[in-house]
Design a protein. Structure first.
Length: 437
């Protein structure tokens, strides 16, 4: 990986792209520290110090925003509205025929879906910004902080609207910065911003574990966490690269005097076909009852049960539900993102077949069988990786935003591998161009 970056810096045009990407990252990180108007910055910092290590329901979203959510900055919502909008559009593509037709139209249809994603991102940013401002005004953003109700001193309608508009504009700016990286940088802009947001929280989280440790002034716990993190990175890289290659043979066809086809290739089916999306789905779904209980008044029995069983990440009921939801969403997402019948029809249309399998329906059934077989270990792997923060809670007294948690490691390793592949492909393209000259 380091060799690819070193070679890229030696290539003039790639060096410009890398420096441009670094400049965008600097702008993004500066924006995560600029507070929005109407917020008492000193009270926010006081509450952050009080709530350090106990971020509660907002820990996951705060991680995706690079710590900007709890500081209530202009980039407080971060990239999360865009991620949510992308997932929603991807799910709706299977349900709405119009979106499915656009997906099949190629680049023009993809551009239209991207436009819809932007509109939905702005709408979600308005919704989430309003919710964040309302939570900050009531003091529920930092439970247990004595000055939590004084974070927004002026609670007039004008100030509230200004705060929501500022955060919505910040989300639109983050989306624009990601697209700039995609167009003029090294590519994969949204994923790189997500990578930076998560990686920015690592140093403070690791140092907090060192300060909370008791063995050798915390250095034993610190070193153990580093070793566990390196092991997890190696495991995730191994599984993320694992795939089942299904051979495909194309029949030779004679058109005029020319011969077409007769080649062999393969269909790569990844073990973790769903990526990190099942973990995000499961976390979001488990946050809903806890969020409802937090904003509901009184001390009813259902609220007490939720606060006892579904808020604490180390409770057996929470762990079991979390694991089962991840397995369910892994199968669900694979079922809607990979259509064996469509793949079999395309292979039959272009004269392709799997050796030993008849074209058409038998091919679709075979692909479905193989996909189900490899999704089981992939879903179990996702569930076990996601439970690492729970083990950390019991072993090291860490919080639920453990730095080497499943979600963060999956995203960082996935984006890192994809970025390195893009840089290597661009280097290879330049080598071919030089050879042709």
């Amino acid at each position: 990986m380091l060799t690819a970056f070193a070679r890229a810096f030696k290539t003039p045009d790639l060096r410009k792209k890398l420096l441009f990407t670094l400049g965008i990252i600097v702008v993004y990180r500066i924006g995560t520290h600029i507070p929005i108007p109407g917020v008492d910055y000193q009270n926010v910092q006081t509450c952050i110090d009080v709530a350090k290590g106990n971020q509660g329901l907002f820990g996951l979203v705060n991680m995706f925003s690079g710590g900007a959510l709890l500081q209530i900055t202009i980039f407080a919502l971060g990239i999360m509205p865009y991620i949510t909008a992308s997932i929603i559009l991807q799910l709706l593509t299977v349900v709405i025929p119009r979106l499915e037709a656009l997906k099949k139209e190629g680049s023009a249809g993809t551009a239209k879906i991207t436009q819809y994603t932007r509109y939905l991102t702005v709408a979600l940013a308005i919704l989430q910004g309003t919710g964040l401002v309302a939570t900050a005004r009531t003091g529920a953003l930092f439970q247990g902080c004595p000055v939590a109700g004084e974070i927004v001193p002026d609670q007039s309608i004008f100030v509230t609207i200004t705060m929501v508009i500022t955060m919505t504009a910040g989300t639109a700016a983050v989306m624009w910065l990601g697209e700039l990286i995609t167009d003029r940088g090294i590519g994969n802009g949204m994923s790189i911003l997500m990578f930076i947001s998560i990686a920015a929280t690592f140093p403070s989280a690791l140092w907090a574990i060192k300060q909370q440790g008791t063995l050798a002034d915390g250095w034993i716990e610190f070193g153990t966490v580093i070793l566990v993190g390196l092991f997890m990175v190696g495991l995730v890289v191994f599984v993320e690269q694992a795939q089942r290659r299904i051979p495909v043979q194309y029949a030779k066809r004679m058109i005029g005097r020319r011969s077409y086809g007769g080649t062999s290739t393969y269909i790569p089916l990844k073990v973790n076909q769903a990526g990190v999306i099942p973990v995000i789905f499961a976390s979001s779904l488990l946050y809903i009852p806890a969020l409802i209980a937090q904003f509901s008044g009184g001390n009813s029995s259902w609220k007490t049960w939720i606060e006892s069983h579904l808020v604490k990440g180390d409770h057996p009921i929470y762990i079991t539900m979390y694991f089962l939801l991840i397995v369910f969403f892994a199968f669900f997402y694979v079922a809607i993102s990979f259509n064996p019948e469509e793949v079999a029809d395309n292979m039959k249309k272009y004269g392709g077949f799997i050796p030993g399998i008849r074209a058409g329906r038998p091919t679709a059934e075979y692909l479905s069988y193989v996909l189900n077989r490899i999704t089981w270990p992939g879903s179990l792997y996702l569930g076990l990786i996601a439970l690492v923060p729970t083990v950390a809670l019991a072993g090291f007294g860490a919080n639920q935003s453990f730095p080497f948690g499943g979600t963060s490691i999956l995203i960082i390793v996935g984006v890192g591998l994809e970025t390195v592949k893009q840089i290597e492909s661009q280097l290879q393209q330049r080598n071919y161009e030089g050879f042709l000259r």
